[in-house]
Design a protein around this ligand. Sequence first.
Ligand SMILES: [Fe+2]
Ligand SMILES: [Fe+2]
Length: 405
Amino acid sequence: MELTYTDKTPRKIQSFKGSDRKRGQEGDIDDLLTSSDVEHVAEIFNTPLTGSYNWNYKIQDDRIKKLYELGKELNWNAELDINWDQPWPEENIEQGAQLMNLADYPPYMALSDEQKQEFYVHQNAWSLSQFLHGEQGALLVASQLTACAPTYNAKLYAASQTFDEARHVEAFNKYIQQRIGLMYPINTSLKSILDKILTDSRWDLKFIGMQIIIEGLALSAFNTARETTPDPVLKELLYLVTRDEARHVTFGVNYLEEFVKTLSEEEKNDRAEFAYEACVVARERLVATDVFHHFGWDVEEARQRVMEGFVMSTFRNLLFQRVIPNLKRIGLMTESVRPKFESLGILEFEELPDDGDVDWSAMERPLDTGEAQSVEQQALQEQIEKVLNEKMAAAAADSEAAATA
Ligand SMILES: [Fe+2]
Ligand SMILES: [Fe+2]
């Protein structure tokens, strides 16, 4: 085993041979690394973790217990429950450019068709890599929560979530290496949120950061990705992961709703402030700037442009539709942060349903990736067509106006 410790997060893009995307273009995957070839790179973080035993082992027959039971029942196996043998899909690069608001962006227009294809591969690799790194963060936090959570049910739940997160890391890693063959480093803003959660001494702040912010974020990002990817393998994977995440968020909301009531006003404001700051970062900074950099673009200019596109606005909408009602439900939409959320223009989501009331029938739905996809796929296809039609109508009106002028 070769082990290297670093205090700097690696910034290099990694590539893997023999991916499905390049099948036939380069050697097969039989040159997989053996354990002696792997160089393990570990980045240290220190945390003043305050753990607790629980000695009465009281089993409260509540929602947390039910969620734990459900987690056991709905366990899945990435090797068996996903059909990895489906062909790599044709990509519609014109549609991609429209959805990302790049179709009339000069640096994008200057790319050849082949380079445009490559751009989407990088874009895709970047998103999936953030999912992977985020899942690793979730794995580490969930394991900390197992030690820190003060009650018996919550400890068992956090342990089962730890295993869920391990499977998520496994599945996204397999997808990236086997399917795309390209992995991006972690986005620096995502890393700063994870650092904060992992190294803070307050267990409930970890809980809020992970179960409400990061998982809320993940659910929105996974839903957007599932709706926009042309790859059936990714759809299956995201369906399975999303169902777990929905359970994790529900656990967080239910547990925190009780707990936040025990905090002082000052403590509540601290947590609310942290949640607000994480939301701002999530809203503005989780954009594939490393990809723009790789293609030699003006990073800030490209970021601004992509922020206004369909993909990012859908993501932002989904994100806050979930996080804002949940923050309110657990009592963290305090008077001190409320005006800040208002000035972001997202307080309107406050009255939407939160994840505290459990839709058990949706959560208990058996594994049936095919059915779940067709409904969502259709809804999205309609949405995409609507956007594209609007763009085409606007372009037609423009050229008509130019002709009559
Ligand atoms: Fe996860
Ligand atoms: Fe999770």
